[in-house]
Design a protein around this ligand. Structure first.
Ligand SMILES: [Zn+2]
Length: 231
């Protein structure tokens, strides 16, 4: 199980999910969880954004696939239903959010992974799908999904505690700045394995998620050592 902020490879991610992840949106991938892949880099195809200081992710739905001689995906409405009448991924997530809002179902649990550069992914945490709507963007309809970050629960000596140090999403621009500055290595030992985006001053002690000055890269060992010192 990954921790929020863990740096992983595409293979790690696929291994953890038990499938080759190809699509950005994966409703109920294996039973109870859904999986969303996001990419906020410049030139990324969808307008995802982080709100409320890192608690809320607004994820944009997906366009029609690109077909030879077909319409340009960015020129037509994002579809809820496939030509054959089945639901698209937009449709599955949208209906789950509507059912939740009507009180018919529990909120859908969604794991979110983010690609920060080629081959390098970050686990952004486990979210609840709490809302969805359609809005007009460049004269066409797009879906928007509102995902709320769950607090992580860790078991220390059998007691469940909320790991509030890590319950904020670090914006992509900050992740990229830190990755570049720390050269993709642990700042203590230069390890390139099992890396994690760490808040230097924990969020719970007033440290910000929004500035690179408060974020560093640590390997699993040094992350654990630091955590033990703080607690
Ligand atoms: Zn280290």
């Amino acid at each position: 199980m990954f921790k929020q902020g863990d740096v992983i490879s595409y293979l790690d991610m696929c291994r953890a999910e038990g499938v080759n992840l190809q699509r950005g949106m994966n409703f109920r991938l294996r039973g109870s969880f859904s999986v969303i892949l996001m990419s906020l880099r410049q030139g990324a195809p969808y307008a995802d954004r982080i709100e409320e200081n890192g608690r809320i992710l607004i994820y944009e739905g997906h366009d029609i696939p690109l077909f030879k001689d077909g319409p340009k995906p960015k020129m037509v409405d994002q579809p809820e239903i496939n030509p054959g009448g089945t639901l698209t991924q937009n449709g599955f997530f949208y209906r789950a959010a509507v059912s939740y809002k009507l009180g018919e179902k529990e909120a859908e649990f969604v794991k979110v992974y983010e690609k920060i550069r080629s081959g390098i992914w970050v686990y952004n945490g486990l979210f609840r799908l709490v809302d969805a709507w359609q809005e007009t963007s460049n004269a066409r309809k797009v879906f928007k999904f509102k995902l709320e970050l769950l607090d992580e629960f860790t078991s220390i000596n059998g007691i469940e505690t909320t790991d509030i140090d890590h319950n904020r999403i670090i914006p992509t621009s900050v992740k990229l700045q830190v990755w570049k500055r720390d050269k993709g290595k642990c700042v203590r030992c230069a390890s390139q394995n099992n890396l994690h985006f760490d808040h230097i001053i924990p969020y719970s002690k007033g440290g910000s998620s929004l500035v690179a000055d408060n974020i560093q890269i640590l390997c699993a060992r040094h992350n654990l050592e630091k955590r033990d010192r703080i607690e």
